[in-house]
Design a protein around this ligand. Structure first.
Ligand code: KG4
Ligand code: ZN
Length: 359
């Protein structure tokens, strides 16, 4: 099975051709293209939804054409799209910015109708998990079920248990800000550019992680939920009480914030593993690109009484891309829909059995 995957849920226009043969434990990337809009949104300090959707309209066909190996990509002209070797089209249909998502879903539905291909709607959050089911040189073993997965992105922070492919049990999630949102907001308040996560991470390497002791949200609750708004407010208060933010203070704030944000994630991961012992753990989403989190999680999992295998994708598969959407679609259980029945959702729970077969 070989499919074309399309992702436009936020500010990356992405397409990929992915393949997996029946029974194979990992999907393979045949081609992948990502057009990032970071430069366009930087001056607004965050994603400007209307600009994002307009840019997707401009980029979507050239990006798909490049993923399909077209030779005639010229600005303003319709490229030749050869879908003859493609068995199906997968597309993110939520959650995300509705205007952005619609560009992807409408394009996918039109291509599916024109070329008579099955159309597979994919939950963006599933994509973040399935980043760990893509073959790469350094992958030693594929994730084994049952497993626990954590998605940490700009919009979500959640722990899920999976007993098999696409079988998701939500164990806990954030009650307010997502982890990535906290990184972005803290970055903004100490004057770092968008996107804040990588900037905080860079600055933190020069700061003292113990300079400030910020609170961990819901630390004493058994629930596997998270809260990051108190941490963000504590950093804001500390910054205000410092008055002038010297480079040293900024670096110390970034380092201490990053340490506590990671403490908060590790605390609930540990509790989840105590409650639901498994041998495999998947980390996915934009914040999974964070070096401090990756290193400390790897150390924590290796030192548990029964060591847990960590599956964490390379940086380019942590942030948004189409390979992971294709991978999610290649592991079955997503029913094709008629192009005219494809729905797009700004909010879409991972656990919703949202897709009914319509063909
Ligand atoms: O998964 P993603 O690309 O988009 C969403 O689905 O939300 O995640 C974007 C989030 C942003 O909040 C960004 O600041 C954060 O991931 N992020 C990071 C790092 N790289 C990206 N956060 C912390 N450290 C990083 N290195
Ligand atoms: Zn994402």
């Amino acid at each position: 099975m070989k499919l074309l995957a399309i992702e436009t849920s936020c500010d990356e226009t992405a397409a990929a051709v992915m393949e997996r043969h029946e029974g194979e434990p990992l999907a393979r990337t045949l081609s992948a293209v990502v057009a990032s809009q970071v430069d366009l949104h930087e001056k607004y300090g965050g994603v400007y939804p209307e600009i994002a959707s307009r840019e997707h309209v401009v980029k979507i066909l050239p990006v798909i054409a490049e993923a399909l190996g077209a030779k005639d990509i010229v600005p303003g002209r319709l490229p030749t799209l050869d879908l003859s070797s493609i068995d199906a089209i997968a597309v993110t249909h939520g959650p995300g910015l509705i205007g952005s998502l619609l560009v992807g879903t409408q394009t996918a539905a039109t291509l599916a109708a024109l070329h008579n291909k099955p159309l597979l709607p994919v939950n963006h959050l599933a994509g973040h998990i399935y980043a760990s089911f893509i073959d790469r040189e350094e992958v030693e073993a594929s994730p084994q079920f049952p497993l626990i997965a954590m998605i940490v992105s700009g919009g979500h922070t959640m722990l899920v248990r999976m007993k098999s492919h696409h079988d998701y049990e939500l164990l806990g999630q954030t009650r307010d800000d997502a982890a990535g949102e906290a990184f972005d907001k803290v970055a903004k308040l100490i004057g770092l550019p968008y996107p804040g996560g990588p900037e905080i991470s860079k600055l933190a390497t020069r700061g003292n992680r113990e300079a400030y002791n910020f609170p961990i949200g819901l630390a004493h609750e058994d629930a596997l939920d998270f809260s990051f708004s108190g941490l963000k407010t504590a950093v804001l208060r500390q910054a205000q009480s410092e008055g002038v933010l010297t480079d040293k203070v900024k670096a110390d704030l970034a380092a201490s914030f990053e340490r506590v944000a990671v403490d908060a994630l590790l605390l609930k991961i540990s509790k989840a593993l105590d409650a639901y012992p498994v041998f495999d753990f998947i980390l996915g989403g934009g914040v999974a690109a964070n070096r401090h989190l990756r290193d400390r999680l790897a150390a924590m999992l290796a030192h548990r009484p029964v060591p847990v295998n960590l599956h964490v994708p390379p940086i380019n598969l942590c942030t948004d891309n189409a390979e992971v959407i294709g991978a999610a679609a290649l592991f079955g259980d997503i029913q094709p829909v008629k192009p005219t029945d494809l729905q797009t959702f700004s909010r879409l729970p991972l656990t919703m059995r949202e897709i009914k077969s319509t063909i």
